[in-house]
Each structure stands twice: as structure tokens, then as C-alpha cells.
Write a protein that binds this ligand. Structure first.
Ligand SMILES: Cc1ncc(COP(=O)(O)O)c(C=O)c1O
Length: 440
């Protein structure tokens, strides 16, 4: 029997490559027909056939407060009534930049003194890299395998979830000379970091790193690893770009950096990138950093970057409303829900006899089908990932929407209450049993 989702997917494939506008949405690794979403409110989403799910995707991160939070929606509606886009500076942009500067601090440490607003995380990291190259006069970039920083040319090598889900090594269409500017090393590997700097140190502009890896499943940095990156880069005159597109304002008011600083690991990245939560569900991202680095951007400096829709008033309104509502109790609630759900997931898989490990980084978590939590991309890939599809579909049939890839974090929102958590907990045992029965 087909439903509206099947019809829409068929229609979509006739006009859009693969029927989707971002590859992981296509259900490639879990199989089946993607659910076309018609609406969302709080912790729940409703598909085109009218079926409701408790949502653990949260738009891949942005919906920190839950979907369609009334105050965020009202802020966007008010902004829309004043005009959709001006191509001129607005007061809201100043407020949002000031709020970001103010939030990302720990004691006297303040990595973000200036902020530039852009529209997507891809743009933020792309600009951060150009800025680092402009600041250092060097070309080479170090990234970690399995880390995703968006889809710009130099950043697709061994880039985690999207390409991993599709079993692609990288992307076609990236010129070899561009790819050659990116040196990919293993994550959480101090020796690899030392070796790449020993060999190329005077030509490296920057190291870019996810503040905590979460695009190959959740893989937290080993204690001291982020600090080591900062120290090593700085010792060689290179910059550290901390990518907080996914973690920023989601795991802590000051991002994963803030969470680490609070627990005693203090380091100073030179450029920090934000996305997702900072736009509250609208297209908005940002990069920030030390004034002397950021002021190399045009119009003050020689590093060019621009955008017709940069700092769009609707996006700024959504971002401002979201960050203002993201008070400490929001994080406490999400942290508690994450603790509860990650334990329930662990218990359900254990009870079903499924080899697994639940990994956490702040309130982000997911399970991998291997005996220990992966520490790098090679380990993340060495798991019985065939168990995820039946697990995913069982949860879906029971009314829970999980990310359609084993290489993604599960995202909670402040709108997930007891009722939603209980529904998820009740669904887990059958899903774990389905995973246990799966055949490679
Ligand atoms: C860590 C990280 N950086 C960058 C990006 C790219 O952001 P966008 O999809 O907004 O281009 C993502 C997206 O998932 C991300 O997780």
C-alpha cells in the first residue's frame, strides 16, 4: 500500500536528483521511502500522510527549543512584516553578534571578539579557511578524517556521515590541486598531529576540527586533544579553527569549547564557526574570532567574503529569539533527557544481546554497533552498521523519528518531556530486538 510519502517521493525524483535537497535525507543507508514532513511542533513532527513521530533529528540540530517555538515564530513573523531582506545592515545583526561575543567566554578567555554572519555552516567554514590562509600567507589545511565541515571543495576528503552513508571516499568534481591542499589525518591521534606538523609545519595555515566530532557518530575528543591542537598549531604559526556549527549553543551556552573550559581543559581557538542553533531553524551561520584575525575580512582587510542574504532579518530574528530563550534551564533539561535516553538505549541493546557502545559528548549521543565507543573514523566504520536499518525502521513504525544514518548524533530538544521520553523508551526494546535479528 502506498501513501502520500510514496507519491511525493516519486514526484520529487522526477524533478530533483534523488528526490531530496540534501543527500542523507534520502534514506540511502536505511532503505525505504523518506518521510516528507508537513509540520512540526515541540518535540513532534508530522509527515505528509498525517503520521506523527517523536522527533530525534531536530532539523539536524537547530531546534534546540523544540520545533516552531511560539516566541521564535512570532519573532520571525514580526520581522517578516517589516521586510524580508534589505541588503543593508540592521539593528538585529548588531544584537546577535553582541550576544554571540557575550556567550562564548569562560572567565577572561574570550575567543570570539568579532563576528561575521553568513547563511550556512558551509559558508562559515569556507570563509574561516580563507581567513586563516589570508592571515598566515600559507595554503595547507589539516583536517581530521570523519569530520564534516560542509561541502566546500577542500573539505570533502573523508568527511563523515553524508559521504560515509553513501560509501563515497570524497566527492567527484573537486580539482586534484585543491584536494592536495587538504592534509587528512586520524582523529584523536597526537602522533599524527605531530608528524603532519613536523613535515609541513611552515606551510600549514590552519587545523580545522569539529569541537567534538559528531558526523561519524558521536566521537568526543580525548582529554587534552583539542588543547594539543591549539598548542601545536600555535607553535608552528598556524591557526586553530574550531568548528562549532553542530555543537555551538547546543551542548552548552558557550559551545563545546565552553563545556571543556568549564571542566578544566582551557585553550584558545583562533576562529570559531557556528551554525544550526545560532539561526534557530532559519538559514544563518557565523564565524567569529580574535579581532586582529577577523578584521582581515573585507571591508577592513584583504580577505573577501560577502553575501546578498548574509544577516537576513528573518534569520537574525529567529537566532536572537532562540539564543535569548536558551537559558541555563534549557540546557539542564536537555542534559537530563540525554542522560535518561542514552541509558535507556544502552539498556535496551544490552537486554537484546546486541554488541554496542553508547557514546556521549555533552548532550549529544548515539550508539554504534561495536564493543567500544569509536575514537576515530576507522573505528567508527568498523561496526555492524547493518543493524541500524532494522532498528531505525522499528522505531519509526513505533512513532519515533531517528536520524536515517548510524553515523549521526541523536538530537533532543527542550520540548521533549516525560511523555515523549516514555514513548521512546517503550519503543526501544522492540527496535533493539530487530537489531539483534539483523543479518549482514
Ligand atoms: C560540524 C559541521 N560543520 C559544518 C556543517 C555544514 O553546515 P551547513 O549544512 O549549514 O552547510 C555541518 C553540518 O552538518 C556540521 O555538522
Amino acid at each position: 500500500m502506498t501513501d502520500r510519502n510514496d507519491d511525493l517521493f516519486a514526484a520529487a525524483r522526477a524533478v530533483t536528483p534523488g528526490g531530496v535537497n540534501s543527500p542523507v535525507r534520502a534514506y540511502g543507508s536505511v532503505g525505504g521511502i523518506p518521510r516528507f514532513l508537513a509540520s512540526a511542533a515541540g518535540a513532534r513532527v508530522t509527515d505528509a500522510a498525517g503520521v506523527e513521530y517523536v522527533d530525534l533529528v531536530a532539523s539536524w540540530g537547530p531546534a534546540l527549543l523544540g520545533h516552531a517555538h511560539p516566541e521564535v515564530v512570532a519573532a520571525v513573523q514580526e520581522a517578516a512584516a517589516r521586510g524580508l531582506s534589505f541588503g543593508a545592515p540592521t539593528e538585529g545583526e548588531v544584537e546577535l553578534a553582541a550576544l554571540i561575543v557575550d556567550r562564548v567566554r569562560f572567565g577572561d578567555a574570550r575567543p570570539v571578539e568579532r563576528v561575521r554572519l553568513v547563511s550556512t555552516g558551509t559558508e562559515a567554514t569556507m570563509t574561516a579557511i580563507r581567513l586563516a590562509r589570508g592571515a598566515t600567507g600559507r595554503d595547507l589545511l589539516v583536517k581530521f578524517s570523519g569530520h564534516y565541515h560542509g561541502h566546500s571543495d577542500g573539505l570533502l576528503a573523508e568527511a563523515g556521515s553524508g559521504v560515509a552513508t553513501l560509501a563515497l571516499p570524497g566527492s567527484a568534481g573537486v580539482p586534484a590541486p585543491v584536494a592536495a591542499q587538504t592534509l587528512v589525518i586520524g582523529y584523536n591521534d597526537p602522533d599524527a598531529l605531530a608528524a603532519v606538523f613536523a613535515e609541513h609545519g611552515d606551510r600549514i595555515a590552519a587545523v580545522i576540527v569539529e569541537a567534538s566530532a559528531a558526523n561519524m557518530g558521536v566521537v568526543a575528543p580525548l582529554p587534552g586533544f583539542n588543547r594539543l591542537i591549539a598548542e601545536t598549531a600555535h607553535a608552528h604559526g598556524a591557526l586553530m579553527i574550531l568548528d562549532e556549527v553542530l555543537t555551538g549553543f547546543r551542548v552548552h551556552p558557550a559551545g563545546f569549547w565552553g563545556l571543556q573550559a568549564q571542566s578544566g581543559e582551557e585553550y584558545l581557538p583562533d576562529i570559531v564557526t557556528f551554525g544550526k542553533v545560532v539561526g534557530g531553524g532559519m538559514p544563518l551561520a557565523a564565524l567569529g574570532g580574535r579581532a586582529e584575525v577577523m578584521e582581515l575580512l573585507a571591508p577592513l582587510g584583504p580577505v573577501y567574503q560577502a553575501g546578498t542574504l548574509s544577516g537576513n532579518p528573518l534569520s537574525v530574528a529567529a537566532g536572537l529569539a532562540t539564543l535569548r530563550l536558551a537559558t541555563p534551564d534549557v540546557y539542564e533539561k536537555i542534559d537530563a533527557a540525554s542522560e535518561r535516553l542514552s541509558r535507556a538505549l544502552d539498556a535496551a541493546l544490552s537486554d537484546a544481546g546486541v554488541t554496542h557502545a553508547v557514546a556521549k559528548a555533552g548532550n549529544l549521543f548515539n550508539a554504534s554497533f561495536r564493543a567500544s565507543a569509536p575514537r576515530d573514523y576507522a573505528e567508527a566504520q568498523a561496526q555492524e552498521s547493518f543493524r541500524y536499518a532494522p532498528f531505525f525502521h522499528s522505531m519509526r513504525e513505533q512513532g519515533v523519528a531517528l536520524p536515517p544514518s548510524v553515523f549521526e548524533a541523536w538530537f533532543l530538544t527542550a520540548a521533549h518531556g516525560d511523555e515523549e521520553l516514555e514513548l521512546i523508551e517503550r519503543a526501544l526494546p522492540a527496535a533493539a530486538a530487530a537489531a539483534a535479528r539483523a543479518q549482514a
